[in-house]
Write a protein of this length. Structure first.
Length: 57
């Protein structure tokens, strides 16, 4: 099956778009708190010691 044919069978219609949105964004606060700071902001923290918390970094 050619690449063009393969992907034309998987068009991102409204139903699939809604499913994709749900799968990627409706994950809950617990998941996002594993890599975001207390204010839910993305961080570029530098961990100089492995035991440092996200807030310390």
């Amino acid at each position: 099956m050619g690449v063009k044919t393969k992907y034309s069978c998987r068009r991102n219609n409204l139903k699939e778009s809604l499913r994709n949105i749900h799968a990627h964004y409706d994950l809950g606060n617990e998941f996002f708190s594993t890599f975001l700071d207390d204010t839910r902001m993305y961080s570029c923290a530098i961990f100089t010691k492995p035991e440092s918390s996200l807030h310390e970094a």
